[in-house]
Design a protein around this ligand. Structure first.
Ligand SMILES: [Zn+2]
Length: 136
């Protein structure tokens, strides 16, 4: 897996408030939103490919929380070429954001829904329903 540049890494931490996006912990690791294959990716991740997560959440995101991670934009499908089109939910702020380079712009839940659906179609709706319904 190609590591982000120091500039991107630090920019992502700053953008996310130096907190884990999922739980709000003041601990940071760089999470790659786009899953990369076993062979890794030749593309160096950009700011919109990255999120700040604590180590615990980072590991959970890659394993048991995959469905939830997709529904909240913490992960995006490998084929998504423009991860900035997938909104990101910050549970500790109860807020949706869209990422634009090193900025995050707060958006309403309906706008987030529209963005997610424009990328994933009905699949996004299914993920959202399963998260709201309490299933993972
Ligand atoms: Zn966390």
């Amino acid at each position: 897996m190609t590591a982000p540049t120091t500039e991107v890494r630090n920019g992502v931490y700053l953008r996310d408030g130096y907190r884990c996006v999922m739980c709000g912990a003041l601990e940071k690791t760089f999470q790659h939103r786009r899953a990369v294959g076993m062979g890794g990716s030749r593309n160096v991740p950009t700011a919109v490919d990255g999120l700040t997560l604590c180590l615990t959440c980072n590991v959970a995101c890659e394993r048991e929380l995959q469905g939830k991670a997709l529904a909240n934009g913490w992960k995006v499908r490998r084929w998504v070429t423009a991860p900035e089109r997938v909104p990101v939910y910050f549970p500790h702020e109860f807020a949706w954001y869209r990422l634009e380079g090193l900025n995050r712009i707060r958006i309403s839940a309906p706008v987030a829904m529209e963005m997610g659906c424009s990328v994933y179609g009905d699949e996004w709706m299914q993920w959202r329903l399963s998260v709201i319904g309490g299933a993972r």
